[in-house]
Every structure is written in structure tokens, then in C-alpha cells.
Design a protein around this ligand. Structure first.
Ligand code: UDX
Length: 463
């Protein structure tokens, strides 16, 4: 099949490349001429494990082509995907659809034969109808279908998620689209992957509902982690005990500093906005959003508690900055709220991330970045683990401890086994595990360098 993909962002590039991998001819279009020039040279605008190899391979065979011309991409295309961004509108929370509608107009102008126009961008219910109307207005006699085919790709494992998904969701309103999409996803049907064919509106809503459910699941275990800390038990055991009930499932029960990223925060807000428009209350999702925001800010409290109440004048080392491992994405990363809060309370921040420091430096100010994690913790009064990169998990705890001024570790991902960190001499505060007592365990006086001014929790939490 010949496929056009509009937008070479995360979703467009991964999807286009994987469709080419299945043997289709794919033309990826983007207005950004520099991005296209770079892609033609095999340089990728994003970090995603395994993607570069696939792009180079398919580009070399001519199955994957990059262009700035939508007309060139549309020539003879059976299916055209809209995979442009839908960022949240500032101050509104709903998705900005101007790029989607812009793409629909350009498709209408460039359309030759029958085309199946597929919206892959995450869009609110009813966007497919709007896209159909835009194209029909420009090409009243044009022959086309509009389908919805949301993606469920996770950053860091997007290639596997595309090639071996749990399911594919396709929202269609006519038989031509059904046939073409069936051919396109034939390789997955052969592999017995469920292909769920729905109405277009259902497909649009499935994407938001999936993300809201997962965000809620994470928030649930995070709140239970707080309870575990207070009652003196371990959230890991709790998660295992409940997760083995197949109705609950073990995935997404890893307690941490709160979810971040480009999808969960944006999509939960957009879903709430849609519900509001239709006069429906989604209270569970509302609470999830509020609890997660508060949690990210509250993580600074854990650091304060661990060092005895005051970070003013202390040096805090942060290991891991991106919102999760295997990505350079800093969007809504819990590290941002944590670092900004600690800085407001007078801490000096030294940070390390294997891939995300360049992006982090664009957002954070006055943070000393270190390529070497051992240099990052040198003379630090406490080390905070925010992202559980494998390279961070593998660090030598004895070396880390030796480089530091004190022995305080706040492990917001339980990345190091608590026992191992304690064996190396660390005083560990973790997530969802009994809160340790300070006395007699720390080596060195963390407040020797500063006048001790305890900060009220109420100030930080805004209560
Ligand atoms: C998510 C969805 O998983 C994906 O299907 C959708 O297409 C896009 O949004 P992504 O944002 O890449 O993917 O990352 P994901 O792995 O889902 O993690 C999101 C956030 O939740 C991260 O901050 C992660 O650290 C956090 N998380 C995830 C937890 O805190 N605990 C968990 O158990 C799982």
C-alpha cells in the first residue's frame, strides 16, 4: 500500500517507520524543512530506542521517504494519516486542534483519487466528524473516508508497542475504510492481535479513557503507598497481592513521584473538558488529576523530612530528570516540580540524566548538570532518585556514598533495593515503605553549613 503520514513528531515518525517495516511505501510529510532535511540524512528529532535503526533501514530501501510537500505525499496514497500535535490550549485544558484541521484542509486540496483519511493524533470525540466536514466543504464531489485509529505507544518502547500491540482500535463509518484498514493491519491480524472495529466516536473516546484509567491506576497505588508508609508496610507487597487478581492486573501499579509525560497529564485534562462540554461529571478523573499534581509538589517534602526539615544552603543531587526512563522527554516530569520547589527553599541542585539533560537545561535554571553521576553526587548533602534509568540502578552504591558529604538518599522510584542501599551505609527514604527514623544513622551533619530554619509543611502543600 502507499501511505502518507502528516507530521513527523513522535507518533507520525514511529507509525510511518513501522508501516514501512511491514513493506508499505510510506511518505512522511512535515512543514518543518529543517526536520525533513535532517531525517533525510538519517538524523532523528527524538530519542527512541530502536527507531534510528528502522528509519535508516527503510529509508535506504526507498520504502520510507521524507518530504515537505503534502501534494507529493498524497500522490497515489491509499491511506493518509494525520499525526500532528494536539497540544493543550494554554489556560483551557482542551486540545488545540488547529494543526489537525490545517492538515485536513491541505489533504482536501491535494486529494486525487479516493483516500482514507485516518486521524491518529489524540483528538476529542467528534473531531472525525469535523475533519469530514472540512474535506467535504473543500471537495464537495471528492471521494474519501474518515477513520480514527488512536495510538497507544509508550515512549521508550514505542516500536514494540506498534509492532506487537495488545490491540488495534479502528473507528470507521464505511466499508471502503474497513477494507483498506484491514489490509494495512493484516500483519497483526495474522499474528492474532485483536483488531477492534468500532464507530469513529468510540475509537476517539477509547484513547482518552485508556489513558485516564491508567493515570487513575497509578494514582491509586501512589495514594496507597502513602498509607503503607504510615502503617509501616511495603507497597511493593501490596501491589503484588492485589495485582495478581487478574481483574486488577499487575501492570501500572508501581508507586512513584506521580505520573508525567506528554500524554497522561494532557489527555486527562482534555477528557475532563469534553465531559464538561457534555454536562457529565467524571469525578474519579478529576480527583486523579488533582491528586497527581499535589503529589508531584509534595515530593519536595520527602526531601525536607529526610534532611531534617530545611534544605536552605544544602546541596541536593538529583539522579534522573526525564518523566520516565528511555526517553529524553521532560514534559510534566516530576523532577521539574521537585527541583523548582527545592530551589525556592534555598537548595543548590546538581543533576544527572543519561539522555535528558539537554532538554532539562532548556526548562530549569541554576541547575549544575553532570554527565558523570558520581560527580553529580560529589559533596551532596542528599541524593534524590527521580527517574529509574537502568544506568542509574546499576550505579555502585558504595562509590556514590563515598562521594557524598552525607548519607541521605531519597529514592522516589525504589530504584535501589532498600536493603542494598542501607548495606552501603545510606539512610534511605523510599516510596511506600516504612518511614525511617533519622537519629543515629546519618553520617555527617547535613545542616552544618546552614542556619537551621525548619519549613512548615503547610507552606509547601498550600494547606
Ligand atoms: C502513555 C500510555 O502508556 C500510552 O499508551 C499512550 O499512548 C501515551 O501515554 P507514556 O506517557 O509514554 O505512555 O509513558 P507510560 O509508560 O505510560 O508512563 C507514564 C507515566 O506514568 C510516567 O511518568 C511513569 O513513570 C508513570 N508510571 C507508570 C508510574 O508512576 N507507575 C507505573 O506503574 C507506570
Amino acid at each position: 500500500m502507499k501511505i502518507a503520514v502528516i507530521g513527523t513528531g513522535y507518533v507520525g515518525l514511529v507509525s510511518g517507520t513501522c508501516f514501512a517495516e511491514w513493506g508499505n511505501t510510506v511518505v512522511c510529510v512535515d512543514k518543518n524543512a529543517e526536520k525533513i532535511a535532517q531525517l533525510k540524512q538519517g538524523k532523528l528529532p527524538i530519542y527512541e530506542p530502536g527507531l534510528e535503526k528502522l528509519v535508516l533501514r527503510n529509508h535506504a530501501t526507498g520504502r520510507l521517504v521524507f518530504t515537505t510537500s503534502i501534494t507529493e505525499a498524497m500522490a497515489g496514497a491509499d491511506v493518509v494519516f494525520i499525526a500532528v500535535g494536539t497540544p493543550p490550549r494554554p489556560g483551557h485544558g482542551d486540545a488545540d486542534l488547529s494543526f489537525v484541521y490545517g492538515a485536513a484542509k491541505e489533504i482536501a486540496q491535494a486529494m486525487e483519487n479516493h483516500a482514507v483519511v485516518v486521524v491518529k493524533s489524540t483528538v476529542p470525540v467528534g473531531t472525525g466528524d469535523a475533519v469530514e466536514k472540512i474535506i467535504a466543504t473543500i471537495r464537495p464531489k471528492g471521494s474519501f473516508s474518515v477513520a480514527s485509529n488512536p495510538e497507544f505507544l509508550r515512549e521508550g518502547s514505542a516500536i514494540d508497542d506498534f509492532l506487537f500491540p495488545d490491540r488495534v482500535v479502528i473507528g470507521i463509518e464505511d466499508d471502503v475504510a474497513r477494507e483498506k484498514m484491514a489490509v494495512l493491519y493484516g500483519p497483526l491480524a495474522d499474528a492474532k492481535t485483536p483488531i477492534v472495529i468500532t464507530q469513529r466516536r468510540a475509537a476517539e473516546l477509547i484513547k482518552y479513557a485508556s489513558n485516564a484509567f491508567l493515570a487513575t491506576k497509578i494514582t491509586f497505588i501512589n495514594e496507597l503507598a502513602d498509607l503503607c508508609e504510615q502503617v509501616g508496610t511495603d507497597v511493593g507487597e501490596l501491589a503484588l497481592g492485589i495485582g495478581l487478581d487478574h481483574r486488577i492486573g499487575r501492570a501500572f501499579l508501581k508507586a512513584g513521584p506521580g505520573y508525567g509525560g506528554s500524554c497522561f497529564p494532557k489527555d486527562t485534562l482534555a477528557l475532563l473538558r469534553t465531559a464538561q462540554d457534555y454536562g457529565v461529571a467524571l469525578r474519579v478523573v478529576e480527583e486523579t488529576v488533582a491528586a497527581n499534581e499535589a503529589r508531584k509538589r509534595r515530593m519536595a517534602l520527602k526531601v525536607l523530612d529526610a534532611v531534617g526539615g530545611d534544605v536552605d544552603g544544602l546541596t541536593i543531587a538529583v539522579l534522573g530528570l526525564t518523566f520516565k526512563p528511555d526517553t529524553d522527554d521532560m514534559r510534566e516530569a516530576p523532577s521539574l516540580a521537585l527541583i523548582e520547589t527545592l530551589q525556592r527553599f534555598g537548595a543548590n541542585i546538581q543533576a544527572h540524566d543519561p539522555v535528558g539533560m539537554e532538554n532539562a537545561a532548556r526548562i530549569l535554571e541554576n541547575v549544575a548538570m553532570f554527565d558523570d553521576p558520581y560527580e553529580c553526587v560529589r559533596n551532596a548533602d542528599a541524593v534524590v532518585v527521580v527517574t529509574e534509568w537502568e544506568s542509574i540502578r546499576q550505579l555502585d552504591l558504595y562509590r556514590l556514598k563515598q562521594a557524598m558529604r552525607s548519607a541521605i538518599m531519597i529514592d522516589l522510584r525504589n530504584a535501589f533495593g532498600r536493603g542494598a542501599a542501607q548495606a552501603a551505609g545510606f539512610h534511605v527514604t523510599s516510596i511506600g515503605q516504612p518511614v525511617p527514623q533519622l537519629s543515629g544513622i546519618i553520617s555527617g551533619d547535613v545542616h552544618a553549613a546552614s542556619d537551621h530554619r525548619p519549613v512548615s509543611h503547610a507552606v509547601l502543600t498550600g494547606t
